[in-house]
Design a protein around this ligand. Structure first.
Ligand code: ADP
Ligand code: F6P
Length: 476
């Protein structure tokens, strides 16, 4: 039997991509991402294992080692991909947890697949975890894993972190297998959320749905204590700053500005093409400002990067049609030959290209209707070492709790969005500098490594049954 790990991460996706080298050889490499960067030191120090899906369907690759991490792929069949990932995870739970901004779809066979795939992940974790190991389960796709794993391995310290919002009781109560999901989460010693309000929703739900007693953020379950707390995730701030300062990225940013016709104002949006992100309302606000004559094509240009995402899910297909129709409408009404009003890019980019876009943009629009955190907002701020640039940010993004010096807006109020955008466009450089500096200072001390460390320390304490001191400051 292979050596077992004292630290295990369980997430829907593995942090790896399969690439073809110039000699045509297939090779795995770690995918760039905040989570893997933050956990890399802990994983390598403890001979850690990452359990997850490698993408694709059918048989999974054999476990392998990459950059000091044991990679343990979990297979998904084509049916499971449709029912567990596209169905239960992304057409039921995702919309429900995001304030039901799209109507959640409930299907029995999706729940069954979710259950059996969660069991597979729990089984894999039970097999690779050493005695008394720490297992950190990530996100909404795997909410049943903590209880399943506790059943198999009561000796483990189990943490769970939800990257997306946790809904208020009345929304959660819609879900047909609500008690099972809640019991699944309660299998953990520590359940972490992005926001204090989400942790509050969770402890209150435990009382409402299962009649459990709680005190502060500690719930009594079967003679155990389960802690809840807020641990707002962040980015690799130094890496983002370094990237933005790279002369190649700076040169590329200048080139982008030139390619866009050196306009006075570049307005940028970077999002997965997801209906929670408020892409349509942002486009509409821009169109109305052009129609009102407050912005002029040529002076102002909008660049919208809309990363392809979950393309076989119906909600996402209809969103794409709506967004592309709106882009066509704006360019049709306001564009000129060679001078479109909106540049729409339905593509993935390298971190370098994204950093160059951030450096080039005068105003970054982050206007989700609901978002657990929104790392794009933080990445933009970290890239503006020149202390230029303005962030327009929805109050409904988790990031709004920390990025208080942004131009905050209510995305449900079109006039409020237009007003925030115009204030950002018109702001004096000195004011922009002041705002950026405060937010950048915050991100330097609250980066993703600090997030992981705070969570893992709190988990250690929670598993010992004591009150987690480090989570106290942000307790519910
Ligand atoms: P979500 O997790 O919902 O997609 P976040 O804003 O929290 O939203 O995180 C998105 C991440 O994906 C960021 O790190 C961002 O840099 C990255 N990203 C977004 N769009 C692209 C793209 N077109 N190409 C590559 N990376 C992207
Ligand atoms: O923000 C939630 C999240 O699941 C992230 O963890 C992930 O990077 C992103 O959405 C993309 O989701 P998917 O894995 O479905 O492509």
């Amino acid at each position: 039997m292979a050596e077992r790990s004292s630290f295990v991460v369980v997430a829907n996706r593995l942090p790896v991509d399969e690439v073809t080298t110039p000699d045509g050889e297939r090779q795995w490499r770690t995918s760039p991402g905040g989570l893997v960067t933050a956990l890399h030191p802990v994983l390598t120090e403890h001979g850690g294992t990452w359990i997850g899906w490698a993408g694709g369907t059918g048989e999974a690759p054999e476990p392998f080692d990459l950059e000091g991490i044991h990679i343990h792929p979990v297979p998904l069949s084509a049916d499971e991909l449709e029912r567990y990932y596209e169905g239960q995870s992304n057409a039921t739970i995702w919309p429900l947890y995001h304030d039901a901004v799209e109507t959640p779809v409930y299907k029995r066979r999706w729940r069954e697949a979710y259950r059996s795939v969660n069991q597979r992940f729990a089984q894999a974790a039970a097999e690779v975890a050493a005695d008394g190991a720490t297992v950190w389960v990530q996100d909404y796709q795997l909410q049943l894993v903590p209880a399943m794993l506790r059943e198999l391995r009561p000796d483990l310290k189990i943490g769970f972190f939800l990257h997306i919002p946790f809904p208020p009781i009345e929304l959660f109560m819609q879900m047909p297998f609500r008690a099972e999901v809640l019991r699944g989460l309660l299998g953990a010693d520590l359940v972490g959320f992005q926001q204090r309000l989400a942790a509050q929703n969770f402890v209150r739900l435990a009382r409402h749905l299962l009649g459990l007693r709680y005190e502060g953020q500690s719930i009594q379950v079967d003679g155990r204590k389960v802690k809840a707390g807020a641990f707002p995730i962040s980015i690799d701030t130094r890496e983002m700053e370094r990237l933005a300062a790279d002369p190649k990225v700076q040169a590329r940013a200048k080139e982008i500005r030139a390619e866009l016709g050196d306009p006075k104002t570049i307005i940028l949006g970077v999002d997965r093409l997801d209906y929670t992100k408020g892409i349509e309302l942002r486009l509409k606000a821009f169109r109305e400002l052009l129609a009102d004559g407050k912005l002029k094509v040529g002076d102002a240009v909008m660049v919208q990067v809309a990363t392809p995402s979950r393309e076989r899910v119906e909600h996402y297909q209809s969103l794409r049609v709506k967004v592309e129709r709106e882009v066509g409408r704006i360019n049709g009404e306001f564009g000129r030959v060679g001078v479109p009003a909106v540049h729409y890019l339905h593509q993935s980019y390298s971190k370098q290209e994204l950093a160059a876009l951030y450096v080039a943009a005068d105003v970054m629009m982050v206007t989700p209707l609901r978002d657990g955190m929104n790392l794009v907002a933080k990445e933009y701020v970290a890239c503006r070492a020149d202390t230029g640039g303005a962030l327009v940010l929805s109050e409904f993004a988790g990031a709004a709790t920390e990025m208080r010096q942004s131009f905050l807006c209510n995305p449900h109020d079109p006039d409020g969005v237009k007003d925030a955008l115009m204030r950002a466009v018109a702001a004096e450089p000195a004011e922009l500098k002041r705002r950026m500096r405060v937010m950048q200072r915050h991100l330097r001390t609250h980066d993703v490594a600090q997030w992981a460390q705070t969570f893992l320390e709190a988990l250690e304490v929670a598993a010992e049954g004591r009150a987690p001191e480090s989570a106290e400051a942000q307790s519910t």
